[in-house]
Design a protein around this ligand. Structure first.
Ligand code: TEU
Length: 547
């Protein structure tokens, strides 16, 4: 049975563009919108259905655009509103939607609202932000610290109050409890939706319902009331997609955001599968050795939680995370094969897959040897903290190289030529020297390149309802080396099997998987049967449709 009533974003593969690092058209060393337009044919060939565009709004770029100074204008280094409209139109002609990044937990401290808010308590904009009087000792209202280091409260002499900024002092939090502020945001969202965008990715969405007085920040008391209101006033009745980013959401709370009858969002970006690899004390700066059983447990729990209601997003990479082949695969000898394996395993689960720029050619982490090579404000904040704790420079650099956000932010590697073909000028952050070997031109020239597998996967998803809709069933959850599952819809059945290790192994196949069929995708040779005693090559992965 064909199921053509499915929303387009369930059949589509998403692709995240980080504009600053994607393609520079004018030689200033910073990627821009005309650069993105020039690569639309490349993205269309890859078979993607929509682009999630990291912020392109006017911004002082302290956090590369996640600090917005004007919600209704484009950063001059990225282009103009006309360029943006052209991007939307040009993408549409290729059946690609443009999904904007909605960053409304905070603005930049250079937003006009905030400047007015700091000038006078009487200004209406003052009430757009979170202000509190000093605590009893004259200091900040409480000792909350900011995500990027230092205190979360900052004193403004002119109004004699502290403002709350959960990320950095340059990113003051908006007061969502103020209905006038919420109305401004909805109005702005409609302004973009009316320009023809395909939806929103919503930055740190689970912080919007916070109550700073009781220190309930994540998934706070007002969250779902606001998301429902937002939906009614902006998204309802439009054929767009909405994805809420949350570091706090769990399989238990996810249905509250994306359950069918909730009237909130279509799906969430969750990070449980990322966080399972972090140290209890040092977090991402000291990751644990990869543990497949732990990793599968989280992903399978999410598959189970949203089996009948809600929808999963499927991803391992974004602009905040290190490169997936370096974390979960092998970025040396088995780079190409393990990059394909990760794609096969992720894209064939139930949900909408997201590819982060460069992932489709197996781009790896970069190695920086000096502090001044990093650009991320998180590294800056973290460095100050670590030095205060007496950490050795080399230990700091090791953590930053392993987990720092700049890994994902070095320029897209288009060619093996100067500056990886990203710019004719000096890039704002150094290119990875391995672009000589790892680049789009080389990968595409190779029929066995990584991007060929991504193209195949996107095509399969468009064609095969079982990939979109099929029931998901995990197999051998406790096996420390094999990742396997089945999908089933209306009598059609698929198996996906992957060896997450650098050794050739023999998998004692559970009876339910033994059978013959057609190979849909593979990274180490075609397979037309799954035997009881299955020999798997290092990092081998494949999907088989049973006869
Ligand atoms: O990220 C949310 C967030 O919490 C991350 O900053 C995360 O904590 C961090 O990467 C872990 O090291 C979103 C954006 O994706 C990120 O780029 C922004 O910096 C952040 O919000 C603030 O807008």
């Amino acid at each position: 049975m064909q199921r053509d009533d499915l929303p387009w974003w369930k059949k589509a593969t998403g692709y995240q563009v980080y504009p600053r690092s994607f393609c520079d058209s004018d030689g200033d060393g910073i990627g821009d919108i005309p650069g993105i337009i020039s690569k639309l044919d490349y993205l269309a060939e890859l078979g993607i259905g929509f682009i999630w565009l990291s912020p392109v709004y006017r911004s002082p770029m302290r956090d590369n655009g996640y600090d917005i100074a004007d919600y209704r204008d484009i950063a001059p280094e990225f282009g103009t509103l006309d360029d943006f409209d052209r991007l939307v139109t040009e993408a549409r002609t290729r059946d690609i939607g443009i999904v904007m990044d909605l960053v409304v937990n905070h603005t930049s401290n250079e937003h006009d609202w905030f400047k007015k808010a700091c000038a006078s308590r009487e200004a209406p904009e003052h009430a757009f932000y979170i202000w509190r009087d000093p605590g009893p000792d004259g200091g900040p209202p409480n000792d909350r610290t900011a995500i990027f280091g230092g205190p979360a409260w900052h004193w403004v002499e002119a109004v004699g109050q502290y403002y709350f900024a959960y990320f950095s002092a340059h990113q003051p939090d908006l007061d969502w409890q103020n209905p006038d502020l919420r109305a401004e945001i909805y109005d702005m969202m409609n302004w973009w939706l009316d320009r023809g965008i395909a939806g929103f990715r919503m930055d740190v969405v689970s912080l919007l319902g916070k109550d700073v007085d009781t220190d309930r920040l994540e998934e706070g008391p007002y969250l779902h009331e606001y998301l429902q209101e937002m939906h009614r006033q902006t998204l309802a009745g439009r054929d767009v997609v909405s994805v809420g980013e949350s570091w706090a959401v769990t399989p238990r709370t996810a249905p509250l955001y994306c359950g069918r009858d909730r009237g909130e969002l279509d799906m969430v970006f969750q990070f449980n599968h990322v966080g399972q690899g972090w140290d209890e004390t040092f977090g991402k700066w000291k990751p644990k050795p990869f543990d497949l059983v732990r990793f599968k447990r989280v992903l399978f729990d999410w598959q189970r939680a949203l089996t009948d209601d809600g929808w999963n997003s499927l991803f391992l990479s974004n602009h905040d995370l290190p490169r997936q082949v370096s974390v979960y695969g092998d970025d040396g000898r088995w780079r190409v094969r393990s990059a394909k394996m990760l794609a096969i395993v992720m894209h064939l689960m139930k949900g909408t897959p997201f590819v982060y720029q460069g992932e489709e050619i197996g781009m790896t982490n970069v190695v920086f040897e000096r502090l001044d090579q990093f650009r991320d404000l998180e590294i800056e904040g973290r460095y100050a903290e670590m030095m205060a704790q007496g950490l050795a420079m080399e230990d700091f650099l090791a953590g930053a190289n392993l987990s720092g956000r700049d890994n994902a932010r070095v320029p897209m590697q288009w060619t093996g030529g100067p500056q990886a073909g990203f710019t004719t000028g000096t890039p704002w952050i150094e290119v990875n020297p391995n672009h000589a070997e790892i680049n789009v031109a080389a990968d595409r020239a190779d029929p066995d390149g990584v991007s060929a597998t991504y193209r195949t996967l996107a095509g399969l998803r468009r064609r095969m309802p079982v990939i979109v809709q099929g029931h998901f069933a995990p197999v051998t959850e406790d096996d420390p080396r094999v990742f396997a599952y089945t999908r089933e819809l209306d009598g059609e059945r698929l198996a996906v099997i992957a060896n997450f290790s650098a050794e050739a192994i023999v998998f004692q196949t559970p009876d339910e998987l033994v059978g013959e069929g057609e190979c849909l995708v593979a990274n180490a040779g075609q397979r037309t049967a799954i035997e009881a005693r299955l020999e798997l090559a290092p990092y081998e992965a494949f999907a088989l449709r049973y006869r």
